[in-house]
Design a protein around this ligand. Structure first.
Ligand SMILES: Nc1ncnc2c1ncn2[C@@H]1O[C@H](COP(=O)(O)OP(=O)(O)OP(=O)(O)O)[C@@H](O)[C@H]1O
Ligand SMILES: [Mg+2]
Length: 373
């Protein structure tokens, strides 16, 4: 369907800049998910793409045409919101057909489009019902159906599932994945607060923070190779632990003496001269392992949460820092009040510059290391 290019896109409200330097190249058939803290500009960016909000700097191109000044109705974009606002007095069929009737399409065209959307969304049994006789998830599907009948080039979803309860969210999330499979060429942009939705639906995730893009990548790239501490802690739950230390060994692996004692070895390479550099060592709770040897961290377990398949250990806070969290497989209620030493495989140990947390040590060093000597 459509390629979208955002180049140096900006948004200001009066003198307040809420977004800047937005550069994104979205290919036809992708499902891009925007995530980020509340107020970071996800809806604003979506609304600019839809044409509901003026773009105050940069260009938006759809299929090679700059559309900054093209009105929403002519951009070939359909937007589905969190509140689905169906017409209550119209049947499901009429709700879905409404936009096409306004556009004066023939009855045959309308029937074909509604029939196709109903099939994709499995709404056939409900076509003659009123919205009040549907569940929340079914209503949300009708709202999506209203956009499918228009055969848009790009679908925009702004937290479409956030009004649904947990079980329905899971069911509807799977339906959206199936919907995407049924329309492999359609381009979709999806805003969500839900990590699982982002990780399971996205071809690529865009993490927005501080008025710009913190990182763009496939879900697993963001999980395994976060480029900065923000992304490291935003993706994954519970968040990645960040522990201060100082580089004491450089080379193809990096050795860090931890401020609280202990040593971390990371597979990320460093250069001679990096010794003495203050860094934060990042380890995901699920990557910690119990050890009898030299630990990355050691402390007293304050609270345990046994969830069955895993036990979450919360360590005692030291110096007001966030408590260290570890997630060990199995049930370990007996560890409460005990000292448990934690280590991790060097491939799971991340190292971030301390003063400049936006720079990931791995990237520039990896390029240097890859050059033949
Ligand atoms: N009309 C407006 N005038 C001034 N500021 C606005 C306006 N609309 C939005 N903003 C500001 O722009 C920023 C981004 O808002 P936006 O709604 O895009 O955030 P969001 O990422 O979608 O947040 P949430 O996750 O809470 O939905 C916010 O700081 C908001 O206060
Ligand atoms: Mg929003």
């Amino acid at each position: 369907m459509a390629d979208l290019v955002l180049k140096d896109v900006e948004k200001s409200y009066g003198s307040v800049k809420v977004l800047s330097n937005i550069n994104l190249d979205i290919k036809r058939g992708e499902l891009i998910v925007f995530v980020g803290p509340s107020g970071c500009g996800k809806s604003t960016l979506l609304r600019m793409i839809a044409g509901l909000e003026r773009i105050t700097g940069g260009t938006l191109t759809i299929d090679g045409q700059v559309v900054n000044d093209v009105p929403p109705a002519q951009r070939g974009i359909a937007m589905v919101f969190q509140s689905y606002a169906l017409y209550p007095h119209m049947t499901v069929r009429d709700n879905m057909a409404f936009a096409l009737k306004i556009a004066k399409k023939s009855k045959e065209e309308i029937d074909a489009a509604v029939g196709k959307a109903a099939r994709i969304l499995q709404l056939d049994p409900y076509l003659d019902r009123l919205p009040k006789a549907l569940s929340g998830g079914q209503r949300q599907r009708v709202a999506i159906g209203r956009s499918i009948v228009r055969d848009p080039k790009v679908y925009l979803f702004d937290e479409p599932l956030s009004n649904l309860d947990a079980a329905l969210r899971v069911a509807t999330r799977i339906e959206i994945a199936q919907l995407k499979e049924a329309m492999p060429d359609s381009t979709m942009i999806y805003v969500t607060h839900d990590q699982v939705e982002a990780m399971t639906l996205a071809t690529r995730i865009v993490v927005l923070a501080g008025g710009g893009i913190a990182q763009v990548g496939s879900p697993l790239e963001l999980y395994e190779r976060p480029q900065n501490e923000f992304v490291a802690q935003f993706i994954g739950s519970p968040s990645m632990n960040l522990l201060p230390g100082e580089i004491v060994g450089t080379g193809t692996t990096t050795t860090v003496r931890m401020k609280a004692g202990g040593t971390a070895v990371s597979n990320y390479p460093s250069q001679p001269g990096d010794e003495g550099m203050q860094v934060n060592v990042g380890v995901r709770p699920e990557d910690f392992l119990e050890t009898e040897g030299e630990p990355i961290f050691e402390g007293k377990v304050d609270i345990t949460e046994a969830l069955g398949e895993v036990t979450i250990l919360y360590y005692e806070r030291v110096d007001g820092a966030a408590p260290v969290i570890a997630k060990l497989p199995g049930i370990h209620k007996d560890l409460r009040g005990k000292v448990v030493k934690l280590a991790a495989d060097p491939s799971k140990v991340h190292v971030f510059h301390k003063e400049q947390s936006l720079l990931y040590r791995h990237e520039p060093h990896q390029k240097i290391a890859a050059q033949p000597h």
